[in-house]
Design a protein around this ligand. Structure first.
Ligand code: BV8
Ligand code: ZN
Length: 247
């Protein structure tokens, strides 16, 4: 795969790098994306499955959807794109990985500082008193367990539509976007805000912005460079060439 030499020159000079990932970076691990034709939302509207209203209207359906996704995520491994990002982190004094993903495959690949904008699918908490729910989840149960303290429904620790993102995580992500020399937006359709605002912020603050995605997105016209390839191929190639020039 061909990587433009000027990207490597810019990466050699850079000291601060930030990366935003979306569902596309996990696609080659076998985790379906949301908006691709075969995506998770092919047959449901996002708001029906990934919102508090959707959950309270039909807790069984939403719970089963997350149980299904947890089963998938437990059965897959990080792909070369995840591993390349864990390698990239070691090459820079200041490296920030910001993810919209809830699958924790970045951590499984060895990335150490991961900002989870949309929470994670592994943990659960009470939908009323917000007490963390650490009891074993019955994977066969068709409906969510109830809180031992207030009897309300237990929910996954993800950020749903209409919910605020964790303020401290957003603040760190925005600071990384403002400070970085190079910003990668990888495997995201750039449709969900406020996450999708980060590449524009990085660009406004002078970063060189690279989009890694087989398709074009709403952000593509603003990118300094688009590499139309699966991130499981483009990321390892960039790291391989960068290591050759640095060593
Ligand atoms: C909020 C839950 C304040 C976790 C998710 C009108 C205008 C602008 C904004 C809004 C609006 N109305 C409402 C809003 C706000 C709303 C929003 O942005 N809506 C959009 C849809 C218009 N945002 C919110 O509600 C956020 N909260 O703003 O709070 C507020 C409060 C009240 C009212 C208003 C605002 C909360 C957002 C978080 C929602 N939660 N999921 C879960 O179940 O996982 S969003 C969901 O989409 C996932 O988290 C996912 O991460 C996220 C983004 O999707 P992507 O990751 O980009 O995935 P997608 O499938 O879309 O794209 C995959 C890409 O990969 C594609 O481009 C494809 O080409 C590429 N790809 C495929 N294969 C590969 C690949 N790339 C590389 N390699 C490959 N091999
Ligand atoms: Zn409770």
């Amino acid at each position: 795969m061909d990587i433009p030499s000027h990207l490597l020159e810019i990466l050699q000079k850079a000291e601060r790098v930030a990366v935003l990932t979306g569902a596309g970076v996990s696609a080659e691990s076998g985790v379906a994306t949301f908006r691709d034709p075969d995506g998770l939302w092919a047959q449901f509207r996002p708001e029906e499955l990934a919102s508090m209203d959707g959950f309270l209207t039909n807790p069984e359906r939403v719970w089963q959807w997350y149980q299904y996704r947890r089963t998938v995520i437990h059965s897959v491994q990080p792909n070369p794109g995840h591993h390349a990002l864990a390698q990239l982190e070691k090459l820079y004094p200041e490296f920030t990985l910001i993810t919209q993903n809830v699958d924790r495959l970045h951590q499984a690949a060895g990335s150490t500082k991961v900002l989870e904008l949309h929470g994670n699918i592994v943990e659960n908490y009470c939908s009323r008193c917000r007490t963390p729910y650490s009891q074993e989840i019955d994977t066969q149960a068709q409906e969510p367990p109830r809180c031992p303290h207030c009897r309300a429904l237990i929910r996954p620790a993800v950020v749903w539509f209409g919910e605020m993102l964790p303020a401290d995580v957003v603040e760190q992500a925005e600071e990384a976007a403002q400070r970085c020399h190079v910003f990668f937006t990888v495997g995201t359709s750039a449709e969900v805000y406020p996450a999708a605002a980060l590449p524009y912020l990085a660009k406004r603050c002078g970063a060189y912005v690279v989009e890694l995605n087989p398709s074009t997105t709403a952000f593509s016209p603003y990118a300094d460079l688009c590499i139309h390839a699966p991130s499981g191929q483009s990321l390892p190639r960039i790291v391989e060439l960068l290591k050759e020039t640095i060593l």
